[in-house]
Unconditional design. Structure first.
Length: 372
């Protein structure tokens, strides 16, 4: 290599700083606030690129049939980086909102049918995380991936885009690999390979529901001196409804029978990790689950801020890409990918009410005998 490496050519700033010249390909002809619009959205796409890379790193390490213990801190580290990026992206909307409605209308027509809906990287992110088509249909969105792929065919970066989206579509998602890892979680010392594992899982869930009812009964008794008998009846019915829903969830009665056994164990795995989180070998798994919940929370916040930013600048106009604009963006805030991780939080008990832990020695650090 003849050219010496410096800050400028290492970061390819010649090319990078020549990408904000708009349709005219001339910075001097870009309108006053148009440069701001272009730069902000390009920065979003750079953040998306980095998040996609980080999520693939986590997914690929978590996809192994046996996830070694040192992989969990690795996954937490890279997911936390994604979360910090998402936090910055949310704040990024503050900068976007310095664009006033009338200033945007000056150049809005130049966008043609261009729309954030066409962000290939956002679609790849959604697929990589594990957003299902059924979730889109539940909120009236159909299958935008087909539209995105058709658009990508005409893009100069289309081939790479299509390869990325196809890779995310056909490979396991982050949700898939986390579910696979949770399925293998030892529960009361038992793993899925043990012949009596299903009975152990059933017993753990049954004992947990019994403990929930006992704790609720104490709550009802505490209310006895403060409420009229009629109010107590209402409260008791609420708890009964909650218990029925909890049993339905934990025993996976809400899914088809062919999926029930696997999903039941996955949900039991989440519950076990969250309930006995102080155990040495469960502390990092619990942190991983919490980091994933934080990731989805930030993604929801990102979608909400996006919707409010758009509403502030263009109101409820039809989107440039023909979508319903803010109405569409508001519906995306209803998406949930890691539903099990959220739902289990409703069921958690205080430590003193938990079922007895079996085989606790299997969750401690392995200390080798120095004499051996």
């Amino acid at each position: 290599m003849n050219e010496s490496i410096n800050y400028w050519n290492y970061l390819k700033l010649d090319q990078l700083l020549n990408l904000q010249s708009g349709l005219e390909k001339n910075d001097d002809q870009v309108l006053e606030d148009e440069m701001h619009f272009i730069v902000v959205h390009q920065v979003f796409e750079l953040w998306f690129k980095l998040m996609i890379r980080e999520l693939y790193l986590v997914r690929d390490r978590m996809a192994d049939p046996k996830v070694e213990e040192d992989v969990i801190p690795f996954a937490v580290h890279h997911l936390k980086r994604v979360n910090i990026i998402l936090g910055l992206a949310v704040k990024h909307f503050d900068l976007m909102e310095t664009l006033t409605p009338r200033d945007f209308l000056v150049f809005r027509s130049k966008l043609g049918t261009a729309s954030g809906f066409q962000s290939f990287q956002m679609r790849e992110l959604e697929l990589l995380l594990g957003l299902e088509l059924s979730e889109r249909k539940a909120h009236g969105h159909g299958n935008p991936i087909r539209v995105i792929l058709e658009t990508a065919k005409t893009s100069t970066a289309g081939k790479k885009v299509i390869e990325g989206i196809e890779k995310a579509k056909t490979g396991p998602s982050l949700r898939d690999v986390i579910h696979g890892w949770l399925y293998r979680t030892p529960i009361q010392g038992s793993g899925p390979g043990n012949p009596d594992d299903e009975a152990v899982v059933e017993a753990f869930l049954s004992n947990y529901l019994i403990a929930m009812k006992r704790q609720q009964e104490q709550q009802i008794q505490q209310l006895a001196g403060e409420r009229e008998s009629q109010d107590q009846t209402v409260v008791r019915k609420r708890f009964e409804t909650m218990n029925a829903q909890s049993g339905q969830f934990l025993f996976a009665g809400d899914v088809e029978e062919r999926e029930r056994k696997r999903l039941k164990r996955i949900r039991a795995g989440v519950l076990f990790i969250e309930s006995y989180r102080e155990l040495p070998l469960l502390s990092w798994p619990r942190l991983l689950l919490d980091t994933v919940v934080e990731l989805e929370e930030l993604f929801i916040t990102f979608r909400f801020r996006h919707a409010r930013m758009v509403e502030r600048i263009i109101g409820r106009r039809i989107g440039t890409g023909g979508s319903s604009g803010v109405d569409y963006l508001d519906k995306t805030t209803k998406y949930r990918i890691f539903k099990e991780l959220w739902a289990v939080r409703t069921l958690l008990l205080p430590k003193e009410w938990l079922p007895k832990l079996e085989n606790p020695e299997k969750y401690g650090f392995l200390i080798e005998d120095p004499g051996k």
